[in-house]
Design a protein around this ligand. Structure first.
Ligand SMILES: Cc1ncc(C[n+]2csc(CCOP(=O)(O)OP(=O)(O)O)c2C)c(N)n1
Length: 656
């Protein structure tokens, strides 16, 4: 059975003239034992909610999972798709892509992400089991990780968190082949991985990864452990290849006809390319159907559940937000703000909104990377999620932004949870690879990123984001929200929760801002990405001021200065570029307007703004890193003031 994986991997990579045969050939025995004897799944229903999750963290070994899915009988993964490995539109892309190939649980390729996703999946499993009971949620999360996965720093964050949370249903199979691209691992690494995992609170062991009984025994033992488990499986990369086995030469390129012929001989595999002998195919198909009775039994248990509980489980696992409840929750927050306006930081406004939103949406699981009090992501009612209480809804991620962001992706992928978290906006760089993957996979994860400009003050330039808004806006399918006050903050929360197929960032202030939206307006004005907050007075607008977040108040003050000089000026709040730029051209044109002078103000760099104000528009913002001082002084020092904005407008007006 394992040789069938090896043969398909060799043949597909050869046909594509590109790909990675070494890992699938080396890890074939591990995958065979896992899928044929342990993994709970049903090839006939890849979306079964209580299936065991399998994460191929070393995504370059994609032919391993494609071969396995094909052999198990996943309907869509046909031999034709295997033959089209790495070709445009095939179900077998270069690296596994979530949502593309049934049976692929997460997109992997950037090493280290998969193992960190798996930690999130294992957290999701424990939490949902605590909420809905082990009759409905009770599954394992398995990971196949390579040397590269374990060398990446993110793996340390993931391992430490999993050990701390005692995620006993997480099992990592380490493809311990001692080879990476540059050559033997002795070039780069001397870590004892077993000791490393043990130090993080895992059970860890070392076995021969080509001995099926040893693999099975190690998995059996891992399933009895009270801790997460790591099994270092000593393997030979490119197992079976006559000259390239055990060498980096089998890692990432086609083996060539002679080497493949030699490997077929060594493995005793005489079938033609892409052909699987009937007896072996039968065994694989039987493995693919092995979980069928378990699935039916699970479906019966679900059907027997109290109808309300069943409906709630199905709603949550289907990632369906209760629209009416969300709309009502947002309206009630806005009502309170209309009655008693708040001059507070938008991070505090976010906490105010979360009090109501998290009560309405039990699937929201919050967190922070050790900045809970600063990010305001934990509401008073939220209990911590811990090894002692997986029903808790707030995760203290520790100082682990990258691991946090990747674990959040895993939770969203698992289903049943809307993860949101907190850190400083400047540390979005530490989360960026995982945010990018959330965007690529279309996952609803929400990052609350506070201290969003020089407005954070004394912590200085290391902590003051300058280029971050622009950098985040560059990621496709990510929505970046920068609300200007408490009302916009709750509206942006609603939009982030409704952005079902992609991640969001909420960039929030540390400093207080005035509530600019007064009175009750049921509409979500942020939904159009930008809107006219204040119309021009005294005639057609000669100046349009555009601003986001804390700088909207600067624009509003500037409007007064210009009004004193009889210059009709409008103010447009731009809480979300992506929504504005996605709006129909006519709507976009209407909100951007045709005032001869356009000025934008944002305490960040200009990049991206030209799409709104044009290359000839004026920009008041940052052109350098910030500095350490009280924030009001910084706004003066860097010239982000009403006077400077008015001056910029006047200078342009004179020119025009
Ligand atoms: C974050 C990241 N950096 C670099 C790469 C490029 N890359 C792909 S595989 C690999 C290392 C290969 O070694 P290993 O993980 O041991 O895999 P094996 O050689 O056993 O297949 C590298 C550096 C990557 N995919 N992701």
């Amino acid at each position: 059975m394992a040789n069938a994986i090896r043969a398909l991997a060799m043949d597909a990579v050869e046909q594509a003239r590109s790909g990675h045969p070494g890992l699938p050939m080396g890890a074939a025995d591990i995958a065979t034992v896992l899928f044929a004897r342990f993994l709970k799944f049903d090839a006939a229903d890849p979306a079964w909610a209580d299936r065991d999750r399998f994460v191929l963290s070393a995504g370059h070994g994609s032919m391993l999972i494609y071969a396995v899915l094909h052999l198990l009988g996943y309907e869509k993964v046909t031999i034709e798709e295997i033959k089209r490995f790495r070709q445009l539109g095939s179900l077998t892309p270069g690296h596994p892509e979530y949502g593309h190939t049934p049976g692929v649980e997460t997109t992997t390729g950037p090493l280290g992400q998969g193992i960190a996703n798996a930690v999130g999946m294992a957290i999701a499993e424990r939490h949902l089991a605590a909420v809905f009971g082990s009759g409905i949620v009770d599954h394992w999360t398995y990971v196949l990780a390579s040397d590269g996965d374990l060398m990446e720093g993110i793996s340390q964050e993931a391992i430490a968190l999993a050990g701390h949370l005692k995620l006993k249903k997480l099992i990592v199979l380490f493809d311990d082949n001692g080879i990476s691209i540059d050559g033997p691992l002795s070039l780069t690494d001397s870590v004892d991985q077993v000791k490393r995992f043990e130090a993080a609170g895992w059970a860890a062991t070392r076995i021969d990864g080509h001995d099926p009984e040893a693999i099975a025994a190690a998995i059996e033992a891992a399933k009895k452990s009270e801790r997460p488990s790591m099994i270092a499986c000593r393997t030979t990369i490119g197992y079976g290849a006559p000259t390239k086995a055990g060498s980096e030469k089998s890692h990432g390129s086609a083996l060539g006809a002679d080497e493949i012929a030699g490997a077929r001989k060594n493995l005793g595999w005489s079938a033609a390319p892409f052909e699987i002998p009937a007896a072996i195919r039968e065994q694989w198909r039987a493995a693919g159907a092995r979980g069928h009775p378990a699935r039916l039994a699970w479906e019966a248990r679900l059907a027997a559940l109290d109808p309300k509980a069943r409906a709630e489980f199905e709603r949550r696992i289907g990632n369906t937000v209760p629209t009416q409840m969300l709309v009502e929750a947002v309206a009630s927050v806005k009502q309170k703000l209309a009655e008693a306006p708040k001059e507070i930081a938008t991070r505090a406004a976010s906490e105010f909104a979360l009090e109501t939103l998290t009560a309405a949406l039990p699937e929201m699981i919050g967190g922070s990377a050790d900045l809970t009090g600063s990010n305001n992501t934990r509401t008073k009612a939220m209990k911590a999620l811990s090894a002692a209480d997986y029903a808790g809804r707030f995760i203290h991620y520790g100082v682990r932004e990258h691991g946090m962001a990747a674990a959040m992706n895993g939770m969203a992928l698992h289903g049943g949870i809307i993860p949101y978290s907190g850190t400083f906006l400047v540390f979005s760089d530490y989360c960026r690879p995982a945010i990018r993957l959330a965007a690529l996979m279309g996952q609803r994860v929400i990052h609350v990123m506070t201290h969003d400009s020089i407005g954070l003050g004394e912590d200085g330039p290391t902590h003051q984001p300058v280029e971050h808004l622009a950098a985040l806006r560059a990621i496709p399918n990510l929505k970046v929200f920068r609300p200007c006050d408490a009302v916009e903050t709750v509206e942006c929360w609603q939009l982030a929760l409704e952005h079902r197929h992609g991640p969001s960032v909420l960039a929030l202030t540390r400093q207080n801002v005035p509530q600019l939206r007064r009175g009750f307006d049921a509409r979500n004005r942020c939904a159009s990405g930008a809107y006219e907050l204040l119309a021009a007075e005294g005639g057609a607008a000669e100046v349009s001021l555009f601003a986001t977040g804390s700088e909207v108040a600067v624009a509003v003050a500037s409007q007064k200065l210009l009004a004193a000089q009889k210059i009709p000026t409008r103010v447009v709040s731009v809480p979300c570029f992506e929504l504005l730029l996605a709006a129909p051209a006519s709507e976009r044109a209407a909100v951007i307007g045709d005032a001869p002078v356009k000025v934008a103000v944002e305490a960040g760099i200009r990049q991206g703004w030209d799409e709104i104000i044009g290359a000839d528009g004026a920009f008041v913002g940052m052109t350098s890193f910030g500095a350490s001082a009280p924030y009001k002084e910084l706004y003066q020092h860097f010239g982000i003031t009403p006077e400077r904005v008015a001056q910029a407008a006047l200078t342009r007006l004179k020119k025009s």
